[in-house]
Design a protein around this ligand. Structure first.
Ligand code: HEC
Ligand code: HEC
Ligand code: HEC
Ligand code: HEC
Length: 361
């Protein structure tokens, strides 16, 4: 079960609604791989980072736009030196590229059933889930829940209340697991079942679906709000890491008083999609700050009003600008003695909001 299997059905991310497969193709077209690597493919030139890793670290669209914008002149120099074709793509195509690069973080490793067997033993799952184990603990061979990591997780989550009691009765500490453990456990369970698991050739990430947010509100928001909001806590966690956190929660559920209750079939997937997506959203953007920047960064010296009247902007527009018309802009700046301005992540978000406010006027 390797990463690319998971990408097959990866048509639409919640909220981002981007096409990761198309993004993968674009990477070749855009010649990014002439200077960068992605999962071992491509060539690395000079200080050019691995794109998958770097984009994971950067996190939000504005952070990626900021990094690319600020490095754009350096990349141009590198490009002229190497005579690679200059990439030109639309806003949406850049969105697809970034979505693909983020999607690489869904799973950090290919699943390893052998390691999963060790986890099953080390985390004591095997002490209860065997004949003569804990009462009511079924044997893995009969589990129906292992179509993919999410259905396994659903089983684990829904029964965690009883399991927690069984742990306590034995004076065992609750055994935390990692994202990798969850992935490998899934592979192990899939192999051990009487009816061998036919892994779906890729589990679909749910489409934009208002149920995701509703489920999160109902089951998670009582604890995860304000200072405990997940948007501020999570940065670059994979789906599996977020899933593992679900299992690791079980002991908290008692103390908190707020018991989220069992998840309906498919619900865990919806919740994880929502939580995962939270990491890739930008923080608050302020139009007024964007307006001030437009003047301070000297944009207003050349642009009276919107540089692209009537059209919407996203942070991806700013990436597309850096690589496309930005080159013309750069030359113009050179001629008029204006330096390519530095734009931070927050600057990007604010400027985008301001440009949109112009467009809608
Ligand atoms: C001609 C070579 C070349 C090509 C083509 C190229 N890059 Fe780069 N890129 C670089 C170099 C060199 C750096 C490091 C620059 C630096 O640190 O000053 C870099 C840095 C980056 C960074 C990291 C910026 C940061 O702050 O960490 C990102 C993201 C990036 N490139 C994305 C892309 C994407 C997406 C494409 C395809 C559209 C692309 N690059 C095409 C050479 C290239
Ligand atoms: C202390 C004993 C104990 C341990 C250790 C334990 N379980 Fe369980 N498990 C149970 C019991 C008892 C049930 C049935 C709970 C119920 O009926 O609600 C159960 C139910 C389950 C189910 C639902 C099975 C089904 O038939 O649908 C899954 C999945 C599961 N456990 C996974 C695990 C995993 C993975 C581990 C190790 C990380 C683990 N369990 C460790 C006692 C245990
Ligand atoms: C009873 C309160 C409570 C509920 C309900 C709850 N959580 Fe949590 N959650 C916590 C606490 C407390 C932590 C911090 C645990 C720690 O740091 O060890 C946490 C941690 C997490 C983390 C890891 C955060 C990190 O920093 O790595 C994730 C992910 C998470 N929760 C997701 C969820 C989701 C999704 C739901 C709903 C299905 C949920 N939680 C429901 C209390 C809760
Ligand atoms: C020295 C003059 C100059 C400055 C300063 C300048 N620009 Fe531009 N900008 C241009 C030119 C010229 C073009 C058109 C390039 C083309 O048409 O190919 C352009 C194009 C654009 C576009 C793309 C419009 C399109 O058709 O998609 C955007 C967006 C933009 N600029 C935003 C900005 C922002 C934001 C700033 C400040 C950070 C800025 N510009 C600073 C001259 C400038």
């Amino acid at each position: 079960m390797r990463l690319h299997h998971f990408l097959i059905a990866f048509a639409a991310l919640p909220l981002l609604a981007a096409d990761a497969r198309h993004g993968r193709e674009m990477l070749d077209d855009l010649s990014c791989l002439q200077c960068h690597t992605v999962q071992g493919e491509g060539h690395r030139v000079g200080a050019a980072p691995d794109l998958g890793e770097r984009v994971q670290q950067l996190g939000t669209p504005s952070a990626v736009a900021s990094a690319l914008w600020n490095h754009t002149p350096a990349m141009w120099n590198e490009m002229s030196a190497r005579v690679v074709t200059r990439p030109v793509a639309t806003d949406d195509e850049y969105r697809d590229v970034m979505t693909y690069l983020w999607s690489l973080g869904l799973m950090n490793n290919p699943a390893d059933a052998k390691r999963g067997a060790r986890v099953f033993k080390d985390k004591r799952c095997g002490s209860c889930h065997k004949s003569g184990g804990a009462p009511g603990a079924s044997q893995v061979a009969t589990w129906k829940v292992a179509e993919d990591p999410f259905s396994l997780l659903e089983g684990m989550w829904n029964h965690s209340g009883t399991m927690h009691k069984e742990f306590a009765a034995r004076h065992w500490e609750w055994n935390k697991i990692t994202g990798r453990d969850l992935m490998d456990l899934t592979a192990f369970v899939g192999q051990t079942r009487v009816e061998p698991a036919t892994y779906r050739a890729g589990f679909a990430i749910p489409d934009a679906d208002p149920r995701s947010q509703a489920a999160f509100q109902e089951r998670c928001a009582s604890c995860h709000n304000g200072a405990n909001s997940l948007q501020s806590k999570l940065k670059t966690q994979s789906w599996m890491e977020i899933g593992a956190a679900m299992w690791n929660h079980a002991p908290l559920m008692k103390k908190g008083g707020a018991t989220p209750g069992p998840a309906a079939p498919g619900e865990m997937r919806l919740i994880l999609a929502y939580v995962w997506d939270l990491q890739h959203r930008d923080g608050e953007a302020v139009v007024e700050r964007g307006k001030a920047l437009f003047a301070d960064k000297k944009c207003a010296e050349c642009h009276q009003g919107s540089p692209r009247p009537g059209q919407k902007f996203t942070p991806y527009s700013m990436i597309a600008l850096g690589w496309g018309p930005g080159r013309v802009m750069h030359q113009k700046m050179g001629d008029t003695g204006i330096k390519w301005p530095y734009l931070s992540t927050q600057n990007m978000a604010d400027l985008t909001a301001y440009l949109n406010s112009l467009a809608s006027r």
